[in-house]
Write a protein that binds this ligand. Structure first.
Ligand code: NAD
Length: 293
């Protein structure tokens, strides 16, 4: 079977074009230019890459952006004070604190310190609670991006069996909620699997839609996937590769080469979920401005 490649790159570019038009409209109405800030603690290479990509995406759609760079040994109290400054800065519409944070800082405390109306990553308990109740809110960026990919490709979801691998607070758990909601995409029968799940392959083989966020390179193999399934790969792993200029290659949680031929739809890595996460962040920031006005 020749699968349709679910190109996050393509969908995110379309979303960015739509956002750029919306920004122009806001400006012409005299409403402010959306402004996203990102807080980066320390010098972790992957985090820096993600944050830089987010800042670049802001420029592309006409948002203002601010990068707040902090030393890795910053105290928790000082970081919380920086967050308070962003909460009180009326020009900043939304901001994110790039995770992971150094071990001496309590990530949950930091997440809860972000004003819910500026929580464009959608990780605050208020945002997650609203999502559960199907109220308008900032949806967590990665699961939100995945729903937009499914929508763009008109992938049928109603009545389908969706299996999610991984129950993290930022990907797997909210993903399972969104796929079960009474909407499109949604209305799936959802199975959420995790590290204590038994007979995982039996369950994944019964999936019409398989969303993989396990964080293990090429974990999902062809024998775990049903013929004709839709497979969405959330994983991102930098694997050393001396033959490349960058010194590394990117792999997902799915063994793409052997799984793809069984699928009706499959998302690649790179160029799949990654760019969609950024597009969702921009969408959430635009929503923050619209809600404020
Ligand atoms: P995580 O490490 O927090 O969670 C992994 C989950 O996998 C856990 O809930 C665990 O219970 C489950 N798990 C572990 N072993 C299992 C097993 N044998 N069977 C079933 N489940 C098992 O990971 P995360 O933060 O959700 O991220 C997952 C992956 O997605 C990572 O590779 C991460 O880098 C990537 N990611 C990508 C994006 C993006 O924008 N593309 C965003 C977030 C995360």
């Amino acid at each position: 079977m020749e699968p349709t490649i679910v190109s996050g790159k393509e969908v995110s570019n379309k979303i960015k074009e739509e956002i750029a038009i919306a920004v122009e409209k806001l400006k012409s109405k005299g409403v402010k230019t959306p402004h996203l800030a990102a807080v980066l603690v320390g010098e972790d290479g992957a985090s820096r890459t993600y944050v830089n990509a987010k800042v670049k995406a802001c420029e592309k759609v006409g948002f203002n952006s601010t990068l707040v760079k902090l030393e890795s040994d910053i105290s928790e109290a000082d970081l919380l004070a920086e967050i308070e400054k962003l909460n009180n800065n009326s020009d900043i519409d939304g901001f994110i604190v790039q995770l992971p944070l150094p071990n001496h800082i309590d990530e949950q405390k930091v997440t809860e310190a972000i004003a819910p109306e500026k929580d464009v990553d959608g990780f605050h308990p208020v945002s997650l609670g609203k999502m559960l109740l199907h109220l308008p809110s900032f949806l967590p960026a990665t699961p939100y991006g995945i729903t937009e990919m499914l929508r763009h490709y008109n992938i049928p979801t109603e009545g389908k069996h969706c299996v999610v691998i991984g129950r993290s607070h930022i990907v797997g758990s909210p993903m399972s909620v969104l796929m079960a909601r009474n909407s499109y995409p949604g209305n799936c029968t959802v199975t959420l699997t995790h590290s204590r799940t038994q007979n995982l392959a039996e369950i994944t083989k019964a999936a019409d839609i398989l969303i993989v966020a396990i964080g293990k390179p090429e974990f999902v193999t062809a024998d775990m996937v049903k013929e004709g399934a839709t497979v969405i790969d959330v994983g991102i792993h930098r694997i050393e590769d001396a033959s490349r200029k960058s010194g590394f290659k990117l792999l997902g949680d799915v063994k793409f080469d052997e799984v793809a031929s069984k699928c009706a739809f499959i998302s690649p890595v790179p160029g799949g979920v990654g760019p969609m996460t950024i597009a969702s962040l921009l969408k959430n920031t635009l929503l923050a401005v619209e809600l404020k006005n």
